[in-house]
Design a protein around this ligand. Structure first.
Ligand SMILES: *Cc1c(COP(=O)(O)O)cnc(C)c1O
Length: 441
């Protein structure tokens, strides 16, 4: 690998997925295409999205309520394709997937089913620094069951002074609380550090204590390869507007392991859409859950928000997820080398550190970068100069190249802009006395 524009262009010319970039709208900044590295927060809009939404608007215009049944793609079955493609992305059968609601709503729906505390087993383990919405949800379920959240939620913390949480740490914490553990609920990938956890090991260790194990896959789904069924994960949910490009507030998805999905006695909040399709429209008084994850859907399928997800997942399917992941690994490795070279140049001036794991099996597309000083100022200048990344309090810039629309050249350009900004910022902040002294010598 060479950190040059020529090398980056050569990589782009060899990239089998390069043609997918034109399938997306690239936002403009200062009159030019921006360098967009925020697919971990809001994925870009496929050019086709409008067509997909319009198709459903036209059906509605032409057919009204008949759109549910008549047409080649009746609304009644609109989910089926989405479940199939999503299943291949997360390693689940289509019947273990349901496309519904939004992420935090789904966390609540799943906790209702899978957080079943008793007087002695009531604790929930999660990673320290989890996403606030997840914590709020956990604490509200602790209160719902009459517990003080302080007694329920146990955070697995990194070793002092570190950002990442070792698997040993996680396993020790599970062991420590094994007799009181009801549930493990973690980010499969932490949103702040970008650390990807060993979900298979965590699931086994949690289940060995008698607890259930679920994951928030907001940062993992559509980003890294997952095998939820093989790992025997009990349940999971994620949003689709990050790596899966379904648009702001796009529809959420959930996975429920077949062993729970096929058990009609598992408690869930019931709604008519989760009733068996054969009896749903008989309008009976008693709820008969549909088999699989479908039994958790409470309301009518949300076609207009599923359409943009379909526009994007059809591109995923065309590209092939294995090829996407291969390119993603290379792009992020290239980004890592560019950042490390900047860190080296500014050694002693500013501590530039990648806090995301350097091992590829412990991360996805995103690198989180902390700065010894001026982090926020560097971030603001990146945005001003058309490099769209994000800042997460207290101290990191997150950069996530997405394999379908980002190029090696863009990664190289980002590193050029960042380096120039670092030079500018550090000249600005050099002590004037020091400049005087330097000019004397
Ligand atoms: C993005 C994200 C959310 C956002 O939840 P919404 O309900 O979609 O607003 C929640 N949890 C995690 C871990 C996230 O990364």
């Amino acid at each position: 690998m060479q950190l040059t524009l020529d090398y980056a262009r050569k990589k782009d010319s060899e990239d089998v997925l390069a043609s997918f970039r034109k399938e997306f709208h690239i936002p403009v900044s200062n009159g030019k295409p921006s360098l967009y590295f925020c697919g971990n927060s809001l994925g870009l809009q496929p050019v086709n999205t409008k067509t997909y939404i319009n198709r459903e608007l036209e059906k509605w215009a032409e057919l009204g309520v008949e759109g549910h049944f008549k047409t080649d793609t009746p609304w009644l079955n609109y989910q089926e394709d989405l479940k199939r493609i999503t299943g291949t992305l997360v390693g689940a059968s289509p019947s273990e997937i349901v496309i519904m609601n939004t992420l935090t709503v789904n966390i609540h729906m799943l906790l209702i089913s899978f957080y079943k505390p008793t007087k002695t087993r009531f604790k929930i383990l999660c990673e320290a620094g989890s996403f606030p919405s997840d914590l709020y949800a956990l604490k509200s379920h602790a209160r719902l069951h009459g517990f003080d959240p302080k007694d329920v939620v146990v955070e697995i913390k990194p070793k002092t002074g570190e950002h990442l949480i070792d698997i040993e740490n996680i396993l020790e914490t599970i062991e420590l609380h094994k007799n009181e553990l009801a549930l493990i609920w973690m980010g499969g990938m932490n949103y702040y550090t970008g650390q990807l956890f060993d979900m298979e090991k965590i699931t086994k260790a949690g289940q060995d204590t008698g607890a259930l194990v679920g994951f928030d896959l907001a940062h993992a789904a559509g980003n890294v390869s997952l095998e939820l069924n093989k790992w025997n994960v009990d349940f999971a949910t994620w949003c689709t507007y990050k790596y899966m490009n379904s648009g702001p507030g796009g529809i959420g998805a959930a996975y429920i392991n077949e062993k729970h999905g096929s058990d009609p006695t598992v408690f869930r909040f019931a709604g008519w859409w989760g009733n068996k399709p054969e009896t749903r429209f008989l309008m009976r008084d008693e709820f008969e859950p549909a088999d699989g994850a479908a039994g958790w859907q409470v309301s009518t399928g949300q076609i207009l928000v599923m359409a943009p997800l379909k526009a994007s997942l059809d591109l995923f399917e065309k590209a092939g997820f294995a090829r996407m992941r291969d390119k993603s690994i290379e792009l992020t490795n290239f980004l890592q080398s560019c950042i490390e070279s900047i860190a080296e140049k500014f050694k002693g001036i500013n501590k530039v550190q990648i806090i995301t794991p350097l091992k590829i099996e412990q991360r996805g597309a995103q690198l989180s970068i902390s700065f010894g000083k001026h982090g926020k100022e560097i971030f603001t200048k990146l945005i001003e100069q058309g490099v769209i990344v994000d800042w997460r309090e207290p101290a990191v810039i997150r950069i996530a190249p997405a394999p379908l629309y980002n190029s090696f050249e863009e990664v190289y350009r980002l590193s050029e802009v960042l380096e120039n900004i670092m030079h500018a910022v550090h000249e600005t902040h050099v002590n004037p006395e020091k400049i005087k002294m330097e000019s004397v010598h």
